[in-house]
Design a protein around this ligand. Structure first.
Ligand SMILES: C[S@@+](CC[C@H](N)C(=O)[O-])C[C@H]1O[C@@H](n2cnc3c(N)ncnc32)[C@H](O)[C@@H]1O
Length: 220
């Protein structure tokens, strides 16, 4: 089993504390290591993690999965944007320069069709609405709501990414996105397949009373 990044001095009152969902993404990426190494053996991939939180996933990728890649970690939460850089430097001092952190919604300011690997552990909990936050006037605790609450079926934020996936990913690009059962991942997979995507279930596991799945999306 590959080592989990060490998280030092992270303020979990402001930043999502890694949980089963985060750890299942690490398992998923460990499972996909040889696939990704061989898929990107001829060029340095651009990796984007949307909603990086503590930076545990981007740092794990940098440390254990693809040591030669360019990483961009996005989050709307300003504390998360600082934290990912600290987590990367703390765990991989010699390669932390490969990670950039961008405060933005989703991957909105990333150049179209440049992302080779996209990873997203979204706010997936069904809720009345997704909180609307402005970086300037938001109380710290509200960032934790934004980390969790996904609106109708918990899918409002995730659908924004899925609907834009075609213009985010490069020609050979691949995305890993996490779902809970209440997001109806089978139906999402069917809808994406009808749009011409190849969709595979990489992880499907119980997490307490919840069942989490991680789907891999490839341009077919
Ligand atoms: C479930 S947490 C995952 C954090 C981390 N990746 C992990 O797995 O531990 C979701 C993250 O997405 C961020 N987020 C929520 N909405 C976002 C948006 N529209 N754009 C970018 N990040 C967003 C939250 O601030 C939070 O850090």
């Amino acid at each position: 089993m590959l080592p989990t990044p060490h998280l030092k001095d992270v303020d979990y009152e402001k930043i999502y504390e890694p949980s089963e969902d985060s750890f299942y993404l690490l398992d998923c990426l460990e499972d996909q290591k040889s696939y990704l190494e061989s898929k990107f053996k001829n060029h340095v991939p651009v990796v984007v993690e949307i909603g990086t939180g503590s930076g545990i996933i981007t740092t794990f990728l940098l440390q254990c999965i693809l040591q030669e890649a360019l990483y961009m970690a996005t989050d709307v939460n300003p504390s998360a944007c600082t934290c990912v850089l600290k987590t990367a430097s703390h765990n991989c001092p010699h390669r932390a320069h490969l990670v950039d952190s961008l405060q933005m919604s989703l991957a909105s300011a990333v150049r179209p069709n440049t992302v080779d690997i996209l990873v997203f552990n979204p706010p997936y909990v069904p809720a009345e609405e997704v909180p609307e936050l402005s970086p300037d006037d938001t109380k710290d605790t509200q960032w934790l709501d934004l980390a969790l609450l996904g609106g109708e079926d918990g899918m409002v934020t995730t659908w924004k990414v899925l609907n834009g996936l075609d213009s985010i990913l490069s020609a050979g690009g691949v995305a890993y996105i996490l779902f809970c059962a209440r997001n109806h991942p089978e139906s999402v997979a069917q809808q994406m397949q009808r749009r011409g995507w190849k969709v595979d279930v990489i992880i499907h596991k119980k997490a307490g009373w919840e069942v989490l799945s991680i789907l891999r999306f490839l341009k077919a």
